[in-house]
Write a protein that binds this ligand. Sequence first.
Ligand SMILES: NC(=O)C1=CN([C@@H]2O[C@H](COP(=O)(O)OP(=O)(O)OC[C@H]3O[C@@H](n4cnc5c(N)ncnc54)[C@H](O)[C@@H]3O)[C@@H](O)[C@H]2O)[C@@H](O)CC1
Ligand SMILES: [K+]
Length: 517
Amino acid sequence: MKIFSKEQIYKGDKVTEEQQSLPPSELMERAGLQIFNWMHLRMQGAQVPIHVFCGIGNNGGDGLVLARHLITHGYNVEVYVVNCGNSRSKDFLTSYDKVKDVSKKWPQLLKCETDFPDIHRDDIIVDAIFGIGLNREIESWIKALFNHFKASSAFTLSVDIPSGWFTDKPIEDNEGVVRANYTLSFQSPKLIFFLPETADCTIQWEVIDIGIDRDYLMTTETEYELISKNEVLPMYKPRDKYAHKGDFGHGLIVGGSYGKIGAVHLATRSVLSSGAGLTTAFIPKCGYVPLQTSLPEAMVITDADTNKITAIDFDIKPDAIGIGIGMGKFPDTVSALKAFLKNNKAPLVIDADALNIISENNDLLKLIPENSILTPHPKELERLIGEWSNDFDKLKKASDFSTKYKVLVIIKGANTIIVYGQKKFISVTGNPGMATAGSGDVLTGIITGLLCQKYNPLESALFGVYLHGKAGDLALEEYGYQSLLASHIVDYIGEAYIDLFKQPEQPQQEEVEAENS
Ligand SMILES: NC(=O)C1=CN([C@@H]2O[C@H](COP(=O)(O)OP(=O)(O)OC[C@H]3O[C@@H](n4cnc5c(N)ncnc54)[C@H](O)[C@@H]3O)[C@@H](O)[C@H]2O)[C@@H](O)CC1
Ligand SMILES: [K+]
């Protein structure tokens, strides 16, 4: 699912109005009606007090359309206009007049803190104060209103975006924003729903389709895209009945040091479980017996050294290599990595200590083959791209790094983000149970396994992150957040594949209502 920028959303409105020859404020009518339908379906006329707070722009206009439908359907609704300026939008005014047609009661005008209504914890707050048009710092009395919402503990439903948040930059005052229970977002989710520093703006979200021009939506390239089953399913390569193991490539995992052979085991097993035909691990001698014993399907090549990697020499021809897992940063290992990068021609997944070595030896960056996949966790990322001031800055720096060195960067986290030049893909699979030792080694293994099977680097990164997250989600059902181990994620890679062909994932999107057509 595409994540449109604020500018693209405004443009989409215009294109739609032209293409569909819409009368003024028709899109606002659709928006308000859709929100009403959503609430009506769940509330079925329940007389819970609903407080609809409207700003004076189009977000407020949406709120007024919603309020009008709530009133005509007999809901217990109170409407407020948060009088935050003088420039009421044209469509807001149209919607304002229409409220008058259905109620003798004018919306209450709020101008300062003494105007705030009492809100009970069992009431419902509709937040239609600011939408994507927020463009400056908010006055303190409006921030106080947001805190009044919070203090009430009432369920807060935000229209389009929780008020006070910008779509494309951080907020300055953490207290001066609405934190929604649920956000109904028009046409596309907002980027802030997925970034660590801003994702607490809403607990849940859903996309509401207001019938924006299909061609525009299909043909407009976005900087951000969500990756879920619908997006990865077309990448899947079915197997031919007469296929043999040679068709699925030979994966190599290079890593390990004394005390860290388990990491190589996890990665190697993941290469196999994601479908590579053959898999070899290149490790120091100390790992030979444990790995051969615990993972009979894998082949093992050992370094001359017992405890660490000192020279990466092998006589196999791997189709993809995952390197860095549990490898350490011993001087000999650094030299070995340098020599390896100078000679290597195979597609690479670079992880863990290999990334740390590279970040401390910047000259190695130019030796990384084009389209290599780097899988840093936050600390490793910081060592590579430098410190960032906020999540938006982090994404910009990661994009610039990816563009400059022509590599894919996978920013691991609650919503893992795959950076491919200026384009970013956000994964929606995965859960906090996966924040556990070895989880990253499994990801490296899965991506290496996909590269072996001739998925291209971008597909391998996207599909790999999806499978890893999905396997973790499926394993969670059996093990729970606390007991989920990285090896359980490997156990569920097969289930994650099988799940691709089960019931399609429900898009987080309401169907287009007949009224929109
Ligand atoms: N395709 C879509 O997504 C559609 C979006 N619509 C709604 O339109 C909204 C955008 O509307 P607008 O562009 O009118 O903007 P908003 O309604 O988001 O609010 C901004 C308004 O408040 C003012 N303002 C901005 N920052 C302020 C501040 N800090 N303090 C006080 N006033 C401030 C602005 O001058 C503007 O009048 C969307 O969020 C959505 O709710 C719908 O009405 C129609 C279709
Ligand atoms: K809002």
